[in-house]
Design a protein around this ligand. Structure first.
Ligand SMILES: C[S@@+](CC[C@H](N)C(=O)[O-])C[C@H]1O[C@@H](n2cnc3c(N)ncnc32)[C@H](O)[C@@H]1O
Length: 338
């Protein structure tokens, strides 16, 4: 889902790489990848950016790629991916130099004015913190609690401004940052059958004594989908925010490829299994963190397996196409005045 969803933004990154202002030689060209996870989904965008940059700077010029994520990220997996994956951008490019930084992107993670090209996919929907409990769901978009909606909306606005402010410091004049993130499409968050299946699975686990009511009350997925207006809000004043401007912003709905496969194969179990695997990878650890004993405690692995199995069964029993709304943006750092 994520690998396919980011494709439309790769074209924007490639386009930005062709035109962005570059630091003069002998300095390296710096690319930053914000929220890289284990790096699989960074390979294609970074390769595309490198191809476009190589046409401009030739094969010898050093290009540094800083992959950033939270300190607890599996950076070993990232370097293994970069070293062994057949699609790694390191293959055939001896002047590309990867590094990793374990620090939240809500802080400055790279030196001021050092980044020519930035990329961030499926990451900035994660808030810097859980702003409030959600009493009746794990995803605020499907909660009926006004206090939760208010707290999440406020945090989302604050985090977006913080993210932009620190990126503005890191980007060099004339740099570009391409962002792909979850979005609201006509007010819709999407993924409704999946979120209903997750919550129903958790409720059934309370009934069967697998989870306590308190544990489920603590379970929150701290992600938000922002509308086009919310993404544009910091730029309301003259189209600028801390030296950044929006060059491109649109909200679109990605195809549900798992649904397309179901239509072709009729295999409802595979449909349930694939969406359940997506939830396991994307939100399993966040939910497990609320367990008594924590996300690395003795019950975590069993909980995640059980949750995945229950989601798969529910979705297979009543398959529905998922709405997958996304936003893609290109942000431009102002050139200095002549
Ligand atoms: C769903 S993964 C996306 C991975 C990859 N970019 C992709 O497109 O598939 C989201 C990543 O964002 C990271 N992330 C979430 N909050 C973050 C923060 N405050 N600072 C840095 N990374 C963060 C998570 O740790 C996770 O690795």
């Amino acid at each position: 889902v994520q690998a396919a969803g980011l494709l439309p933004a790769v074209a924007l990154l490639e386009q930005a790489a062709r035109t962005v202002t570059l630091t003069p030689p002998p300095w390296p060209v710096n690319i930053a990848d914000y929220g890289c996870s284990a790096g699989h989904n960074s390979l294609l965008p970074i390769s595309s950016a490198l191809d476009a940059l190589r046409q401009r700077v030739g094969p010898e010029r050093a290009i540094c790629v800083a992959h950033t994520d939270l300190p607890g990220n599996d950076f070993t997996a990232l370097f293994e991916t970069l070293t062994t994956d057949a699609d790694s951008y390191l293959r055939g490019d001896r002047a590309a130099f990867p590094s990793a930084i374990g620090r939240s992107f809500y802080e400055q993670v790279l030196p001021s004015e050092s980044v020519s090209l930035g990329w961030s996919s499926w990451a900035i929907q994660w808030l810097s913190r859980v702003p409030a409990p959600i009493p009746d769901q794990v995803q605020v978009a499907y909660s009926r609690d006004p206090a939760a909606h208010t707290a999440f909306a406020r945090q989302a606005a604050e985090d977006w401004q913080t993210f932009l402010g620190v990126r503005s410091r890191e980007l060099s004049p004339g740099a570009r940052l391409v962002v792909l993130t979850m979005a609201l499409h006509d007010g819709e968050f999407g993924y409704q059958p999946l979120l209903e299946a997750i919550y129903a699975a958790l409720t059934s686990m309370i009934k069967e004594g697998f989870l306590s009511v308190e544990e489920v009350h603590r379970m929150v997925i701290p992600t938000v989908a922002r509308s086009e207006a919310e993404l544009a809000a910091p730029f309301a004043n003259n189209g600028r925010f801390k030296g950044l401007g929006i060059e491109h912003l649109d909200v679109f709905c990605e195809e549900d490829r798992i649904w397309n496969q179901l239509e072709a194969s009729g295999d409802t179990e595979e449909f349930g299994a694939q969406w359940a695997a997506f939830s396991r990878a994307s939100v399993g650890p966040s939910l497990a963190a609320a367990l008594e004993g924590g996300g690395r405690g003795p019950r975590a692995a069993e909980f995640i397996n059980e949750l995945e199995a229950r989601i798969a069964t529910r979705l297979a029993a009543a398959p529905e196409r998922m709405l997958i709304p996304l936003a893609k943006l290109v942000l431009a750092r102002e050139n200095p005045p002549c």
